[in-house]
Design a protein around this ligand. Structure first.
Ligand code: DX5
Ligand code: ZN
Length: 221
């Protein structure tokens, strides 16, 4: 199991003050910045692209930027995000014609590679690519929007992916995304996650440090 990472999703931040919001959340104890990219094609919503990622780097953000691509096709945007300062790039297998090729493409740009499983995507998709992955991201909501409720079957799925990762013997992170709150994060950690995305639970709170501190305490207890 890797050290705990809390990755606030900036989808729920105030976009008019994005640099300040990211500064504040990092100062409050966040480890990574989770960067949700939606294209109004793979998912029914439209968000931000490489220019905003580059702008955050230019503004002075040094923390890892965890890019979650909800776009189809994937490959042609990978290089732009690598250039814009992405640290990790994750994509959905349904959005790529050649999953193994896309993983290699991400790595060839010097970024860490992650594969994202939707709530109904079988875990077997990992079987032939796990050794090339740095991260597996399990969706505990259907992708497209912040503020949705955690789908409970994700707990069983986390356990199954945790077994696969442990069997691989590789330091692969297991990230969970969707409906993560201080009051369910303990059960999510117990099921095997080590990396936690939270959007509305963090940016919707008045005190970011308090909620992030509570999440870390719940994971550790
Ligand atoms: C949903 C995104 C999530 C979202 C999480 O498609 O991938 O990262 O922002 O938001 P919350 O934590 O509010 O469910
Ligand atoms: Zn996400």
């Amino acid at each position: 199991m890797q050290p705990t990472v809390i990755a606030p999703s900036i989808l729920s931040a105030d976009f008019a003050r994005l640099g300040e919001e990211v500064d504040r959340v990092l100062a409050a104890g966040a480890d990574w910045v989770h960067f949700d990219v939606m294209d109004n094609h793979y998912v029914p919503n439209l968000t931000i692209g490489p220019m905003v990622c580059a702008a955050l780097r230019k503004y002075g953000i040094r923390a890892p930027i965890d890019v979650h691509l909800m776009v189809s096709p994937v490959d042609r945007i990978v290089g732009d995000f690598a250039q814009a300062g992405a640290s990790l790039i994750s994509f959905h297998p349904e959005a790529s014609s050649h999953v193994h090729r896309t993983i290699q493409l991400i790595r060839s740009h010097g970024c860490q590679a992650g594969l994202v499983l939707n709530p109904a995507t079988p875990v077997e998709v990992l079987d032939w690519v796990l050794e090339d992955l740095d991260l597996v991201l399990l969706m505990s909501v259907n992708p497209g929007f912040g503020g949705q409720a955690f789908i409970p079957t994700a707990l069983e799925k986390l356990k199954r992916v945790r077994e696969k990762i442990d069997a691989s013997g590789r330091p692969i992170r297991l990230e969970i995304d969707g409906g993560v709150k201080a009051d369910n994060i303990h059960a999510i950690a117990a099921a095997g996650a080590d990396t936690f995305v939270a959007g509305s639970a963090i940016f919707g709170a008045s005190d970011y440090a308090e909620v992030i501190g509570k999440m870390k305490a719940e994971v550790a207890r």
